[in-house]
Design a binder for this molecule. Structure first.
Ligand code: CMP
Length: 139
């Protein structure tokens, strides 16, 4: 059965005009867009999404960055979608990301790292449910 994961093109990705390049990489690698919307998150909405990181020193800066401009939210679907998306993104820190990955090619820093992807099945359920209702996801 196809797996689902949440993908976010972060404000830096939208500002750099690389939405299309990023989606093309997903579609070319066996992932399908099952839901999509563009929103400008409030600070509170960003804080709720990243609540698991609330004790981290970078939490304030991260949530300020994530609410600094519109983002593209997507549910990606496919065999092994969570891992596939993580492979396509590359390491969180673009300096450590492998050649040919989205972050290696587009990201400037560990915070402004262009994309987010769910890191496991439980996270994916929480993250998809945070932004999308059932009728917004196409099977
Ligand atoms: P993301 O995949 O969205 O998940 C949490 C985010 O926190 C991560 O990408 C980075 O943008 C950010 N992050 C993780 N570690 C650090 C760090 N050491 N300094 C600043 N931001 C970080």
């Amino acid at each position: 059965m196809a797996e689902k994961t949440l993908s976010i093109i972060k404000p830096d990705g939208v500002r750099k005009n690389v939405i299309g390049d990023i989606i093309k990489r997903f579609e070319s690698n066996g992932l399908k867009v099952a839901a999509m919307k563009m929103v400008h998150l409030s600070r509170k909405e960003a804080e709720g999404f990243y609540a698991v990181h609330s004790a981290r020193p970078f939490f304030s800066s991260l949530t300020e960055f994530m609410s600094s401009g519109p983002v593209v939210l997507m549910v990606l679907k496919g065999e092994g979608a969570i891992l596939k998306n993580r492979e396509l993104m590359g390491a969180t820190d673009p300096a450590k990301a492998a050649a040919g990955t989205i972050r290696k090619d587009h990201a400037d820093s560990i915070e402004a790292n262009i994309v987010h992807g769910s890191d496991g099945p439980e996270t994916a359920v929480f993250e998809i449910g945070y932004f999308f209702s059932g009728i917004e996801i196409f099977e």
